[in-house]
Write a protein that binds this ligand. Structure first.
Ligand SMILES: Cc1cc2nc3c(=O)[nH]c(=O)nc-3n(C[C@H](O)[C@H](O)[C@H](O)COP(=O)(O)O)c2cc1C
Ligand code: SF4
Length: 609
């Protein structure tokens, strides 16, 4: 019998112990809410493996959702309930995460799993190359094969436009015929997607490179572990970096080279290393391989050719800030890259040239916002990718609450060359010494040029020079009309601004920025307003929805931008509130294409502001 006590109004009540209370809550909660059924639990356990002694780790939620999604081509509600139970997470949290990411489809009980998915990229470069025609024709042609055709935001293959992804396999330069062929044969191949010219730049012979994994033939052959080491690879990582002098030498080299973060923000790499290193241990590192900015495909291009150059940069940076663990976040669209990274990481770990930090490969799930650094951290922690308020900055409080060094893939890719060839090797590039621009930039060029692709060119090169000297000029029948210097966020410039030096800090006075150097070129038959609408629809689709100005502003702007004559006053109102009141760079930069059209292409929209 329970002990009793007297309440202030003199009633005698039984005293409930904490354990009893917990048990009551547990038994009550069993009555409420949906319970996991044994069959679903067994299916979930078979995929995610046995429960570790300390329970399933919360941050693995998205990885486990991928395992279910891969196996069933969707997420059944019953599996989500079972996963919540198995991971000891509230069901609502599992649902919140599962429904946030575009690559997960949650099905109610009784709903049939979808067939194979064909994603037609409707990013700007693909739209210019005929994506809408594919989207109009494919459903009727493929319906009989139980295939679902959907439009997808930029899949990072703009130089192969129009790009289609059949299940997980890319079809470059897609036509109705090649998509059908890919469906029937399991993967696609196109001669123009082959070639490994970048090997020459790094001194590998084309014969010495490994063949790509057979199911990902679209990627060219790449330099595997043995080839990389045979060419002097990992000598830097294996050298004495841990001493104070060694670390100082590396940080100084980064500072002297002028290397700035190549993910878009352009923060000086050496300074970032100093800031993170000064924070209390333990420290961690995260690599941004989300490459979601429409028009950007440089990270994929380099990774498909020389993955260890990046991995060595990762090891060096991790050593400098003494990071205990490193998380590599790769966008889900890059299945071929994932296969390469998994294979080459395993080779590196089997024969390490130096002590390695704990390295984990994490898979995005189709959310552009997860490229924003704090959203990426949320995602690696297994949550919805919603950007955090700052301060604190991630260098102080980042992944798992620890000081975090985050870098774009390409920033790390250049480290070995900068240290080996000397910081002045990198800083000696720069077109005509114009405005003191220094270093190299990897421009992802797409649109109406003869030879699209990644063009490694000196910082400060102009658009006109880039097109003429690196892209073989404009495509047949096209004259330069306009260009986007920095993907969706970097604005749209008219041809008369084709002589601006392309670099960090040079384009802001004109209402744009270089960002990740994704250059999309438009010809005289294209319209800047169509490009701006394409971008705004992208932002609307990708807004995480956390702040009203961005969530509602992008949707409302996309609606207004369809009118023959733009309501510039209302659009400017929206632009101002998005710029002023959005938490992160997505909402803050979303008005750039609108404002550029109002400023430079007023004749297309019935007049400017
Ligand atoms: C909306 C948004 C999307 C972003 N997407 C990417 C991305 O896909 N890849 C990337 O490297 N950086 C991206 N960034 C920049 C990152 O937040 C961060 O600045 C970068 O990863 C830092 O690395 P870095 O200093 O080496 O450039 C994005 C930023 C914003 C605001
Ligand atoms: S600006 Fe947009 S994407 Fe960024 S946090 Fe706000 S709602 Fe999310």
């Amino acid at each position: 019998m329970n002990p009793t006590r007297q309440t202030p109004d003199m009633k005698v009540v039984a005293v409930v112990t904490a354990n009893e209370l917990r048990e009551r809550i547990r038994s009550k909660s069993k009555l409420k809410g949906r319970q996991a059924d044994e069959a679903s639990l067994a299916e979930v356990r078979a995929l995610i493996g046995p429960r570790p002694a300390d329970g399933h780790h919360r941050d693995m939620l998205i990885e486990h959702l991928h395992q279910l999604n891969d196996a069933y081509r969707c997420l059944h509600a019953r599996h989500l309930v079972a996963l919540a139970k198995e991971m000891n997470i509230p069901i609502v949290e599992v649902y919140e995460v599962a429904t946030f990411y575009h690559h997960f489809e949650v099905l109610k009980d009784g709903e049939a799993a979808p067939g194979l998915t064909v994603r037609v990229c409707d990013g700007l470069a693909c739209e210019l190359a005929g994506a809408q025609d594919l989207l109009a024709r494919l459903p009727a042609l493929l319906g009989a094969q139980e295939v679902r055709v959907v439009a997808a935001p930029c899949v990072g293959r703009c130089e192969q436009a129009p790009a289609v992804v059949v299940h997980q396999y890319p079809v470059p330069f897609a036509t109705v015929e090649t998509v059908i062929h890919a469906l029937n044969s399991g993967y696609a191949q196109h001669p123009r997607a082959q070639g490994a010219t970048l090997f020459i730049a790094h001194g590998y012979s084309e014969k010495s490179v490994s063949p790509p994994p057979p199911q990902h033939q679209v990627a060219p052959a790449y330099a595997g572990y043995d080839v990389y080491r045979a060419n002097g690879g990992y000598a830097l990582a294996a050298s004495d970096l841990a001493s104070e002098e060694g670390v100082e030498r590396l940080i100084t080299a980064m500072e002297d080279s002028g290397l700035r973060g190549l993910g878009g923000a352009g923060f000086p790499a050496g300074r970032k290393w100093r800031i993170v290193r000064a924070q209390p241990a333990p420290r961690v590192m995260a690599v941004n391989l989300d490459e979601g900015e429409p028009g950007t495909f440089k990270d994929r291009t380099y990774l498909e050719r020389d993955p260890h150059r990046f991995l060595e940069g990762l090891l060096v940076a991790a050593r400098v800030v003494d990071a205990q663990a490193c998380y590599v976040y790769l966008r889900d669209e890059y299945h071929g890259c994932r296969a390469i990274l998994q294979a080459e990481l395993a080779r590196l770990q089997a024969d390490p040239p130096c002590p390695l930090p704990h390295i984990e490969l994490r898979r995005g799930a189709g959310a552009y916002i997860c490229g924003e650094e704090s959203a990426m951290i949320e995602s690696i922690e297994g949550k919805r990718g919603e950007p955090r308020m700052r301060p604190p900055y991630i260098a102080e409080v980042g992944l798992f609450g620890r000081p975090t060094l985050m870098h774009n893939f390409e920033t790390l890719y250049w480290i070995r060359d900068i240290v080996e060839k000397g910081p002045h090797w990198f800083s000696s590039f720069g077109r005509n010494g114009r405005n003191g621009r220094k270093g190299l930039r990897s421009f992802s060029v797409s649109g109406r040029v003869k030879h699209p692709g990644v063009k490694l060119a000196p910082a400060g090169i102009t658009l006109q020079e880039l097109v003429d000297e690196y892209c073989g000029g404009m495509a047949e029948g096209h004259q330069l009309y306009a260009y986007l210097p920095g993907g969706a966020s970097g604005g749209i410039f008219p041809a008369r601004l084709a002589n601006l030096p392309l670099d960090f800090d040079t384009l802001q006075p004109h209402g744009g920025f270089i960002g990740s150097a994704a250059v999309i070129v438009l010809g005289q038959h294209d319209k800047a307003r169509d490009a701006a609408l394409n971008m705004m629809r992208f932002f609307e689709h990708e807004s995480c929805g956390q702040c009203t100005p961005c969530r509602v502003g992008t949707a409302k702007a996309a609606q207004l931008m369809q009118a023959e004559q733009w309501d510039n006053t209302t659009l400017e109102d929206l632009s101002q509130v998005m710029t002023d009141a959005s938490i992160c760079g997505l909402g803050q930069a979303a008005p750039n294409p609108v404002r550029c059209v109002q400023k430079y292409f007023a004749h297309e929209i019935g007049g400017g502001l």
